[in-house]
Structures are given as structure tokens and as C-alpha cells.
Design a protein around this ligand. Structure first.
Ligand SMILES: Cc1ncc(COP(=O)(O)O)c(C=O)c1O
Length: 389
């Protein structure tokens, strides 16, 4: 009779239990794999880094994180995807991966505010020159490209002023001169606009918005079709320590199952609400890609398969006080900075200098949620009547 194995003491058994549940389990949900440390079979295995797909450390992704990366890459028609802690991290990483001191970057004036702040605060101090360009420039971007130009940032549509960019024309001009093009593709969610078909090299999304879809997490993605670009991005991610929580990734994986139906419903409701606002005398401009007031409406018709949940209105004949009064009077639109979730949101920006310094103060951005659009319209109606007594 072989000796009974010696029973280990409690403190050891708490860390190395004697019995484990079977892991042979099939579910429709992706399991949440947490872990900082990854265990290796041997020292040789730990020292062998020849397989880029081998799990080596939690910072470089657990199965849950990689599952999300695969799904985002598939949705966008990309080959590679990195998941990072926020949309802003996804914007920051390509600068650090691809640009060095002395390089020149072109950034659309319609870009998300913190992208511009990063460019003019941090990057300037690192010797990277960022120049802003008119979002409607199209092929004219060629005239701004210099020998040192490394990267062109597009964002289409701009998330407050809604300009739809001619991304194919910008990509064609950039590639003729060997310049990379990145897009903030958050509005299209990789579904409504084919960024890779348009020619971009890098596409980033704030998964915080439509992919997450429930306003309860922050995450970003960076996709590319080019293995070399992916390797550069991965190196920067590792060195900047941009790891993500598998719990948040599992929430996005759940959100993705309803992405298509949510986007359709959000897009339809936003169109309905926008159509109603368009008829109101108080509204002097409606900045929604599907309406002719919106810069680049014709490009949207050519390149896009639909529209999403945010748009802006300008109350050109009001005072700033009336705008604030209107926003404060809304009951179903929460006053908040984000978008893409289930609940409707509204924001106005006293210091916005676009479309012009005068109209920027009178602009209100709406994010239409999943509530019944008729109730949202009723709410807008009561708030309009309280803003202009
Ligand atoms: C267009 C756009 N890109 C990126 C971001 C940043 O996303 P996050 O909030 O996840 O940092 C935002 C956030 O509002 C955004 O509107």
C-alpha cells in the first residue's frame, strides 16, 4: 500500500487547495479570467518568449481581455487589437508608439478636447509639434504634410460639432507621402463606418460609449491591420503599464451582444428627436450627420451606413443664460459629459469656440438614450417653454 500523501497544514491548503472544481464548463458567457501572475511549467518555459501569443503576465492580457480584443478587431475588420484603460488612453498610445521629438502631427480641430490638450501640453514639451487643421480639408491636407509629418489624426464625425470628414481623401493624400492616419472611430463603433475600407492605419474607440453601452466602465481599443504597427503599440502599452481589468472587459463582452440592436434603436430615436427639433423656431442649426446643416452631410451619405445617438443643436437667437436654463430644465436628459449608454444625456459648453466663438456658447449636445423618444420629445418641449418665457 502506498503511503497516504501527507496532509498539508491549513495555511498552505488555503493557498493550494487539495481539491479543485472541474474547469470543463461550457457557457454562453465568456469567463472572467483574473490574474496578475501567470504560472509557467518550468524555468525554461518562463524564459522562452518566442511565442508572442503565450500568456506571460496579467499586464499583457488574460483570456478575457484577449477575447474582447479579438471581437473588437473582428467588428472593425482589423487584424490586431489592444485593449487599454480608457478611450483617452487609446488616443494617447499611438502618439507615444509612433512619434518622437522633431516629428510633426496633424490633428483635426474637431478632435475630442483632451486629445488636443495632450497634443498642446504634454507632446509639445516632448518636442512633438502638433498642428491643427480644418476637419473639412479633405484632399487639401496634402498642402500641410511636411517631411517630418508622422501622423494625421481624424475624428469623424467630431463628437461635439459633428463634422463628417472625408477620411478616404485624407488617407489617400497621407499614404502618398508615407504618413500614418489614425481615426477616433468611437461614434461609428466600428459598425456604421468602415474605417479600414476608407484606408486608415489605426482606429481607436472609447469602448466606454457604445461597446460598453451601460455607462458603468471605462475602456478603449486600438486596432490595426499592420503587424509592425501592432508591435510598436504593444511595446508602448507594456512600457507605459496600460493594463486593464478583466471584469470591465467581461462587461464589454456582454455589451457587444446587444451592440447592433442598441445602435439601431439609438440611431432611430436620435433621428426622431432631431427631426422634431429641426421644426422648432428656437433651433437655428441642427448638427446631425443625417441632416443637411451638418458639415460633411454629403460625405456621410457616401461613406456611412447609419447614424448614432449624439447630435448638437444651436440656439442662435438665444442668450447663454437661456441655453443654461433650457439644459437645467430637462428632466429625462441627465447633465453629463459622456454618451452611448442607455440613458439620455445633455451638455453645453460655455467656452466652446466652434463652430464659431459666438455659436459655440449657444450649442447644446444631446445624447439620445433608450427611453421612449416620445417622452424625450415631451421633455424637450417643456424645457424649451421654460427657457424662453
Ligand atoms: C470622441 C471621444 N473619443 C474619446 C473619448 C474618451 O473616452 P474615455 O472617456 O473612455 O476616456 C471620448 C469621451 O467622451 C469621446 O467623446
Amino acid at each position: 500500500m502506498p503511503d497516504e500523501p501527507k496532509r498539508r497544514r491549513l495555511a498552505t491548503r488555503l493557498i493550494r487547495p487539495d481539491r479543485r472544481a472541474s474547469t470543463d464548463f461550457q457557457s454562453l458567457a465568456t469567463s472572467t479570467s483574473r490574474g496578475s501572475t501567470v504560472l509557467f511549467k518550468s524555468v525554461a518555459d518562463a524564459r522562452d518568449s518566442s511565442d508572442p501569443d503565450q500568456y506571460r503576465y496579467g499586464l499583457y492580457g488574460t483570456p478575457t481581455v484577449r477575447e474582447l480584443a479579438l471581437q473588437i478587431a473582428a467588428i472593425e475588420g482589423a487584424e490586431h487589437c489592444l485593449i487599454v484603460p480608457s478611450g483617452q488612453a487609446a488616443i494617447a498610445l499611438p502618439y507615444f508608439a509612433f512619434c518622437k521629438s522633431g516629428d510633426h502631427v496633424l490633428l483635426t480641430r474637431s478632435a475630442y478636447g483632451p486629445n488636443t490638450e495632450l497634443a498642446f501640453d504634454t507632446l509639445k514639451d516632448l518636442g512633438i509639434e502638433v498642428e491643427r487643421y480644418d476637419p473639412m480639408i479633405g484632399a487639401g491636407i496634402s498642402d500641410l504634410i511636411r517631411r517630418e509629418t508622422r501622423l494625421i489624426w481624424t475624428e469623424s464625425p467630431g463628437s461635439i460639432t459633428m463634422e463628417v470628414q472625408d477620411v478616404p481623401a485624407i488617407c489617400a493624400a497621407a499614404h502618398e507621402r508615407g504618413v500614418l492616419v489614425a481615426i477616433d472611430n468611437t461614434y461609428g463603433a466600428g459598425v456604421l463606418f468602415d474605417a479600414y475600407g476608407a484606408g486608415v492605419d489605426i482606429s481607436v474607440q472609447a469602448l466606454t460609449k457604445y461597446a460598453g453601452g451601460h455607462s458603468d466602465l471605462l475602456l478603449g481599443s486600438i486596432t490595426t491591420r499592420d503587424v509592425k504597427l501592432d508591435q510598436q503599440l504593444r511595446a508602448a502599452q507594456r512600457l507605459l503599464g496600460m493594463g486593464v481589468s478583466p471584469d470591465d472587459c467581461s462587461l464589454v463582452l456582454r455589451g457587444l451582444k446587444t451592440l447592433d440592436v442598441r445602435l439601431q434603436r439609438l440611431g432611430d430615436s436620435a433621428l426622431k428627436v432631431a427631426q422634431w427639433l429641426k421644426e422648432r423656431d428656437e433651433v437655428t442649426a441642427l448638427l446631425h450627420p443625417a441632416f443637411p446643416d451638418c458639415p460633411g452631410h454629403d460625405i456621410w451619405q457616401r461613406d456611412w451606413t447609419g447614424s448614432a445617438s449624439i447630435f448638437s443643436v444651436i440656439f442662435g437667437n438665444w442668450t447663454r443664460e437661456q441655453v443654461v436654463c433650457f439644459v437645467d430644465a430637462l428632466e429625462l436628459f441627465g447633465i453629463g459629459y459622456s454618451w452611448g449608454g442607455a440613458g439620455s444625456l445633455v451638455m453645453t459648453y460655455g467656452d466652446l469656440r466652434r463652430p464659431t466663438p459666438e455659436t459655440g456658447k449657444l450649442l447644446v449636445r444631446l445624447n439620445v438614450g433608450l427611453e421612449d423618444p416620445e417622452d424625450l420629445i415631451d421633455d424637450l418641449e417643456q424645457a424649451l417653454s421654460r427657457a424662453c418665457p
